[in-house]
Design a protein around this ligand. Structure first.
Ligand SMILES: [Zn+2]
Length: 223
C-alpha cells in the first residue's frame, strides 16, 4: 500500500489541485480521499480515472467534494460501472453510489480497504468526518480540533492533517498540533493551505516538531 498526494490547496486558491489523496493498493488501483472541484481534470491528466475503486469524502464543502458527481458519472457512463462514494451522507444528491447509508466502517467488497470514519467538528451544521484507511493512513479533511490525541492517531503510520496558520472557528491552528507527543508529531504532515503560504506552513511545521508539509505528487511507499 502507498499514499500519493494529489492536491494540497485549501478553498479559494486560484490555481492547482485542492486537498486530495490517493491510497494505492498493490494491484495498481486505489481509493481517493476527497476530490475538490479541479480534481477530476488532474486525475485525467495523471491517467488515474479508471484506477479508482471508491471515493471517500470527509465533508461536502466544494474544495473537498466538487468532483465527486463527475467522477461517478464518468465511472457509470464511460467505464460502465458504478463508483462507490462513502464517508459522509451523499445519497440525496447522488444516486449512483453504493447503498444509502454509510456505516462507521466502509469495507470494499474485494476486501482491499477498510476505511474507518468518525465525526469531527468543522463547519456549523455540516457533517464532517476523519478517515482512517487500513489503520495506516489517517486523513483529516478539515477539522476545528487536533486529531493527534486520538487512538486512531496512535495506530496510524502516517497522518495527513489539515490545519490553519493561526486557526479559525472551523480550522485548528498548527500550534495546537504541537501539544501531541513527539512520536505522533513526527509522523504528521500538514495539508490544506494556499500555495503562497507554503513557506510559512513549512516553518510552522518545523517549529512544532511535525514531519513537514505535503505537496502534490509526493508519494509515501510501503505503508
Ligand atoms: Zn471544509
Amino acid at each position: 500500500m502507498k499514499l500519493e498526494i494529489i492536491g494540497t490547496n485549501s478553498a479559494f486558491a486560484k490555481d492547482g489541485p485542492t486537498t486530495s489523496l490517493m491510497v494505492w493498493d498493490n494491484d495498481g488501483k486505489g481509493i481517493l480521499l476527497d476530490c475538490g472541484y479541479p480534481i477530476f481534470q488532474y486525475l485525467g491528466k495523471l491517467g488515474y480515472l479508471d484506477k479508482i475503486k471508491a471515493v471517500l469524502l470527509s465533508h461536502t464543502h466544494q474544495d473537498h467534494c466538487g468532483s465527486a458527481v463527475t467522477l461517478a458519472e464518468y465511472a457509470f457512463q464511460v467505464l460502465g460501472r458504478p463508483l462507490m462514494i462513502g464517508g459522509v451522507k451523499w445519497d440525496k444528491l447522488l444516486k449512483l453510489c453504493d447503498g444509502d447509508d454509510y456505516p462507521e466502517k466502509v469495507r470494499l467488497t474485494d476486501g482491499s480497504f477498510i476505511v474507518e470514519s468518525w465525526e469531527v467538528p468543522h463547519a456549523k451544521g455540516m457533517e464532517c468526518r476523519a478517515l482512517l484507511v487500513n489503520d495506516k493512513v489517517l486523513f483529516s479533511g478539515d477539522t476545528a480540533v487536533s486529531l493527534l490525541n486520538t487512538p486512531q492517531a496512535e495506530k496510524a503510520r502516517i497522518i495527513i492533517h489539515g490545519a490553519h496558520l493561526k486557526g479559525t472557528p472551523n480550522l485548528v491552528a498548527v500550534s495546537k498540533l504541537g501539544d501531541a507527543p513527539a512520536e505522533i508529531r513526527t509522523k504528521t504532515w500538514l495539508i490544506h493551505y494556499l500555495p503562497a503560504n507554503y513557506e510559512q506552513m513549512a516553518a510552522a511545521a518545523q517549529k512544532y516538531g511535525l514531519a513537514g508539509v505535503v505537496r502534490p505528487g509526493m508519494v509515501f511507499d510501503d505503508l
